[in-house]
Design a protein around this ligand. Sequence first.
Ligand code: MD3
Ligand code: FE
Length: 212
Amino acid sequence: MDLFENMQPNKLEIIKDAYLLKSYALTNEKALLSDLEQAVSQAPLRHMMTKMGFAMSAAMTNCGVLGWVSDHQGYRYDMKDPATNKPWPVMPASFQQLATLAAAEAGFNDFQPDACLINQYQVGASMGLHQDKNELDFNQPIVSVSLGIPAVFQFGGLNRMDKTHKIPLMHGDIVVWGGQSRIHFHGIAPLKMNTHPILGAYRYNLTFRKAG
Ligand code: MD3
Ligand code: FE
């Protein structure tokens, strides 16, 4: 029977070239969570400082060849963890495979991320509206995996003042941002009190990028 052949109830186009894949990360949840635990044990989560001298509200670390860092010099990608001066942990196969598969599901074939930023939000933490512009090639999509307690994602336009749309992101949801949507303003509203049965009162976001 071909009844369900063209049905993809879990793939929603949020705006042009941006796709929400509901619960897509759950198929390999166990491997993903144990690989996450291992990555943060090798490169601990820390609150990076902005150029202006403020600690970021989300704790961060990275895996993959390149890691996103922020300090008094500003934002950039670096091959070494400034906390240890060692390379970032290798990107786990479960991470890499999921990012490539999700990108292809959204129509972006052959996505080979070299950077995975791991953000950890506690209740009350947020991320202000910003654009991701530290990567070399904006034609490469960004894949973001939400884990743990829910968050409200804020998605704007090419101008900071543009109206924002609010999208709830739950454990296991993946968003693929390509084309025009890749450089839109976006942020995370302060997290509401909640608990996840495995991850406790935290949200983790894995952001996969081809940075170099
Ligand atoms: C839309 N992180 O690390 S992920 C970031 O949930 C970041 O931790 C948020 O924004 C988080 O830079 C949002 C979703 C996301 C990531 C990159 C995007 C959405 C995006 C780039 C362009 C447009
Ligand atoms: Fe961002």
